[in-house]
Design a protein around this ligand. Structure first.
Ligand code: NAP
Ligand code: MG
Length: 496
């Protein structure tokens, strides 16, 4: 197949029709208030569309539609095989619309088109397929019980699931929620980030075309407000949230203030990537360390934002790392040869630049550090590396941008202590040739995912994904994700 060029994507962008309305009860609608907000592309600062700014009336309408569809059994009441068939059709439609969805995602979030076409959109379709394929194969249990009883342990859909998601992998993070939630038979209200609502809005129409009944899948764009209102809503049974730790804490409070809805949180990280002197391949480790923080402009919850490097190999390793960083040259994400696009918006870019300024005060800048391509009107920041110390602000707080903090250590115990001395516990990695050290360190690291001699691998659906500590609770992906969207029921039948 011929490789698509920058000109191809720019032409396609020029004629793209963009839907900005909410999707409620099977149809697109303006916000009840008539309010909208401008959806801006971080590539060049251009307004892409006016998007419905949903408020209380829209939230109530979407939740009511979801409740009605759930109670009617039009989805939950189907044989799982029937839900599977519809979900597979939906995923197929996402794949058929690969170019359009990828383009929307790139325009809206600034992500490289080479990633949105290969990771984000196919990944979302795959997630829907994976849970569709799983749902007609998972059964309940017949539990041991007294002879006069039959005891069943079954899982049932919870009811109305609200999914509130961030902007860094907009459609992919959303699919990690709606894939398992819909497969399990729930009705869903999805709230995308106001920074990146377009793909969520578009796939709603595809869901409808695939045969997902009205009310079962709703999309409510808007500022933080719909997220808060969903968190406080008494008729939402479960809220699955991916985003910052601060907002995650608020979501828990909303649940406590309202109906104790189930709360599942996938939150921030400050993940350590530990390189020991017996690292099997320093070149590969340096490339992986750069990818761990510069892929997706560093807007990754699992970003390896703390590089812990042993004193003995520090100089040679950092030289390789800086070389590897040069491969991430910010450019127009519509160009298929560009591997680093724009920061999602001006606010986030300024946040990142603020951290870089803070770093300049107490750390040594080794690479990058500047906003670039300003004449485009877009928001681009160079990959940036600081030699710093564990207590520096840039080494402790989640930046969510392309800024790496290098921390030096002398012993394994020190490395593990520094690695675990964080409020977060999402991911971690260690590089060593010593099998015993690898396993012992992996056990000691307090994180939901640990990589040994790699970073960010195992991207398929088989591994649960989520965090320890303030990185959240519950897990996305894998069959374990179904636990979040189902209630466990014991049914005891007395035979005589
Ligand atoms: P965020 O500011 O917490 O926002 C996440 C979502 O919550 C958005 O849809 C946002 O809407 C909404 N929201 C904002 N305020 C709210 C409130 N008071 N109540 C309810 N909802 C509210 O996070 P973000 O900046 O979009 O995303 C970056 C964060 O996500 C990082 O911390 C990152 O680590 C984390 N993340 C975690 C994972 C994981 O799996 N662990 C994956 C990806 C990202 P608006 O945007 O419209 O305000
Ligand atoms: Mg945007």
């Amino acid at each position: 197949m011929e490789k698509k060029t920058l000109a191809y994507w720019q032409d396609k962008a020029a004629t793209l029709k963009i839907e900005g309305r909410a999707f409620i009860d099977g149809a697109y609608r303006e916000a009840y208030s008539g309010r909208s907000f401008e959806c801006v592309s971080p590539i060049d600062g251009r307004v892409l569309a006016n998007v419905a700014d949903c408020g209380a009336a829209d939230v109530d309408a979407a939740v009511a539609a979801a409740r009605r569809s759930f109670n009617d059994g039009v989805w939950a009441g189907l044989n799982p095989r029937a839900r599977k068939a519809i979900l597979l059709r939906w995923a197929a439609l996402m794949r058929e619309h690969l170019d359009e969805l990828s383009l929307l995602e790139t325009l809206d979030a600034g992500k490289p088109i080479s990633d949105t076409t290969s990771v984000d959109v196919p990944g979302a379709a795959y997630c829907v397929e994976w849970f569709a394929e799983a749902i007609d194969k998972v059964g309940g249990e017949v539990a041991p019980a007294d002879h006069h009883l039959v005891g069943l342990v079954t899982r049932e859909p919870i009811g109305v699931v609200a999914a509130v998601v961030p902007w860094n992998f907009p459609i992919l993070m959303a699919s990690w929620k709606f894939g398992p939630a819909l497969a399990a038979g729930n009705s869903v209200v999805l709230k995308p980030s106001e920074k990146s609502p377009l793909t969520a809005i578009r796939v709603a129409q595809l869901a409808h075309e695939a045969g997902i009944p009205a009310g079962v899948f709703n999309v409510l764009p808007g500022g933080g407000e719909p997220g808060k209102l969903l968190g406080l809503h008494r008729d939402v049974d479960c809220i699955a949230f991916t985003g910052s730790t601060n907002v995650g804490k608020q979501i828990m409070q909303y649940a406590g203030q309202s109906n104790l809805k189930r709360v599942w949180l996938e939150l921030g990280g400050k993940s350590p990537n530990i390189v020991l002197p017996d690292c099997p391949d320093l070149d590969r480790a340096a490339n992986a360390a750069a990818g761990a923080i510069f892929y997706n402009m560093g807007e990754m919850c699992t970003a390896g934002s703390r590089l812990l490097v042993h004193r003995d190999i520090k100089d040679v390793f950092l030289a390789k790392l800086v070389e590897a960083a040069k491969a991430y040259k910010p450019g127009n994400p519509l160009d298929p040869d560009v591997s680093m696009g724009a920061i999602v918006d001006k606010i986030q870019m300024e946040r990142v630049l603020g951290y870089i300024e803070a770093g300049r005060k107490d750390s040594k800048l080794l690479f990058g550090g500047e906003r670039v391509n300003e004449a485009t009107g877009g928001f681009y920041v160079e990959p940036t590396v600081f030699d710093t110390h564990h207590d520096a602000r840039i080494a402790r707080e989640e930046i969510f941008g392309p800024v790496l903090s290098v921390i030096t250590f002398s012993t394994i115990d020190e490395a593990v202590r520094i690695a675990n001395d964080s409020d977060y516990g999402l991911a971690a990695a260690v590089w060593t040739s010593n099998l015993t050290n690898a396993h012992e360190i992996a056990r000691r690291l307090r994180a939901g995912t640990v990589w040994v001699n790699c970073y960010d691998e195992g991207g398929d659906m088989n591994f649960p994904f989520g965090g320890f500590k303030e990185s959240g609770n519950g897990r996305d992906k894998s069959l374990h994700a179904l636990e979040k969207y189902t209630e466990l029921k014991s049914t005891l039948v007395r035979l005589r």
